[in-house]
Design a binder for this molecule. Sequence first.
Ligand SMILES: *[C@@H]1O[C@H](CO)[C@@H](O)[C@H](O)[C@H]1NC(C)=O
Ligand SMILES: *[C@@H]1O[C@H](CO)[C@@H](O)[C@H](O)[C@H]1NC(C)=O
Ligand SMILES: *[C@@H]1O[C@H](CO)[C@@H](O)[C@H](O)[C@H]1NC(C)=O
Ligand SMILES: *[C@@H]1O[C@H](CO)[C@@H](O)[C@H](O)[C@H]1NC(C)=O
Length: 218
Amino acid sequence: MLALPFLLFTIAYSTCNEPFNQILQKRSIRNCKKLATLGAEFGWNYNMGNNTEIDIIFGVNLKETPSWVAWGLNPGDEPQMVGTKAIIAVVQPNGSLSVETYSITSSTKIGCELLPSVVDFEVKRKEAESSNTSDYFTLSATLVLPSAKYNISNLNHVWQVGFFADGLQPMQHPATLQNFDSTDTIDLIAAKNHGIGRHRRHLRMVRTKNSNSIQWLR
Ligand SMILES: *[C@@H]1O[C@H](CO)[C@@H](O)[C@H](O)[C@H]1NC(C)=O
Ligand SMILES: *[C@@H]1O[C@H](CO)[C@@H](O)[C@H](O)[C@H]1NC(C)=O
Ligand SMILES: *[C@@H]1O[C@H](CO)[C@@H](O)[C@H](O)[C@H]1NC(C)=O
Ligand SMILES: *[C@@H]1O[C@H](CO)[C@@H](O)[C@H](O)[C@H]1NC(C)=O
């Protein structure tokens, strides 16, 4: 009986790779999902209020040393590149990482320059880290989402990595940015996609019944 919560916890977390889970645990991020492309993984917490706050962390394995990493939300009806409000981390010539918000438009798609701009949600604590020790390039932030525009049960998110950059500008790569098609619709509450929802529900039940036994999670 006592071992049960640990078993369920392991199942829930095992949906992401172990090195990424360790990054999540350090940051107290409780939910995670492997994304369908680019070997990317996505972790989050949410906090419902007048405006919904979500803590997000997006990570890709560093094997291919990208010059930029992008993750964003599309408030429109479709999970697609055009219309996405993105957070992009760009490796600077001196090795530091810039993290700015960008609006992806149809001009971006045909090759116009993409420079930082304001987006329709507040972004706090945006940071990026490229760590040899974890082998991950991560992008993290807290977003304050106006609930009229963003429904966290039905969020269109979009992600991409690229290998060229010019200052703060992530550059198009014929085979990547133009096909900014790494997209998904995710339910942050139920995490229904890809089967992790069921595990999550078990985990929540266990936590309410016997929260002491999983305190090491925090
Ligand atoms: C929500 O908004 C109302 C009215 O502006 C305010 O009184 C309340 O404190 C807010 N609640 C939270 C959790 O921020
Ligand atoms: C590195 O370059 C960026 C952008 O040019 C600049 O903002 C930052 O201060 C530089 N950092 C260091 C440590 O020189
Ligand atoms: C991290 O990797 C970069 C690029 O491969 C290398 O130049 C740097 O020395 C490494 N840093 C550490 C601390 O291993
Ligand atoms: C949010 O999305 C969920 C799932 O699609 C839906 O059931 C719910 O009605 C939506 N909420 C609002 C306020 O639109």
